[in-house]
Design a protein around this ligand. Structure first.
Ligand SMILES: *Cc1c(COP(=O)(O)O)cnc(C)c1O
Length: 217
């Protein structure tokens, strides 16, 4: 694996407004440094402890993205430094992030995770739940979180048209919510296998791991 070459060829595919999040979960800090030396600054992790350990060791201008499911009791470990939390899937988690952000004297950017795949999953809101949450007014009290967009994962399938339909549905929801949420500016959709489709359907942020760092064990 030549990380620098991989990054360069992916960047050639990305329009200027799309942020590349290099997903470094399970990968060593020395591999992350290879990507860093090649100019990469946004990295994604799916476990809070792993991300925190890497943050402690690595250059402080790295922007850390939490892309995995977050347990509320782990928020405190990352509230001082996390750049964007992609996987917010409940009001209770938002309340906890708000509380920890306030203690850290920060406003933490978050994406709401939307369940768009056909596969059963415990994680992610559906459209009606997000609308209910907005209508409830509960979000207005959370002064230390800023909702800046949505994240979704398409079904793991060879059927590109299905992936496209799911991403298109997410973009439509994003556009609707944007009218009510003034900070909305990021739509995180697309991984190694489907980021081209994600970009065609309006993604502003792709989360790519194996195409940069190689397969994970
Ligand atoms: C692991 C992971 C990715 C990256 O997956 P690749 O197929 O290696 O690009 C993207 N998003 C999430 C939420 C992940 O957990």
């Amino acid at each position: 694996m030549n990380i620098k070459e991989n990054l360069e060829s992916i960047r050639e595919d990305l329009p200027g407004h799309v942020t590349l999040v290099a997903v470094s979960k399970t990968k060593s800090t020395s591999l992350i440094m290879e990507a860093y030396e090649a100019g990469q600054r946004d990295f994604g992790e799916n476990k809070v402890q792993e991300m925190t350990a890497k943050w402690e060791e690595l250059p402080k201008d790295i922007r850390w993205h939490m892309i995995g499911h977050v347990q509320r009791n782990k928020v405190k470990y990352m509230s001082d430094f996390v750049s964007l939390i992609h996987g917010v899937d409940s009001h209770r988690l938002l309340v906890e992030i708000n509380k920890r952000a306030e203690k850290s004297d920060r406003v933490i950017d978050c994406l709401l995770q939307v369940h768009i795949a056909e596969e059963e999953s415990k994680f992610g809101f559906d459209e009606a739940e997000i609308i209910d949450l907005l209508d409830s007014g509960k979000l207005d009290e959370l002064k230390n979180v800023r909702l800046i967009g949505l994240m979704g994962m398409a079904t793991f399938t060879e059927d590109n048209e299905q992936v496209r339909r799911e991403f298109r549905g997410l973009k439509k929801l994003y556009d609707r919510l944007k009218e009510r949420l003034p900070h909305f500016r990021e739509l995180s959709m697309g991984m190694s296998g489907d980021y081209h489709i994600g970009i065609e359907e309006g993604s502003t942020m792709v989360r790519i791991g194996s195409s940069i760092f190689g397969a994970r064990n």
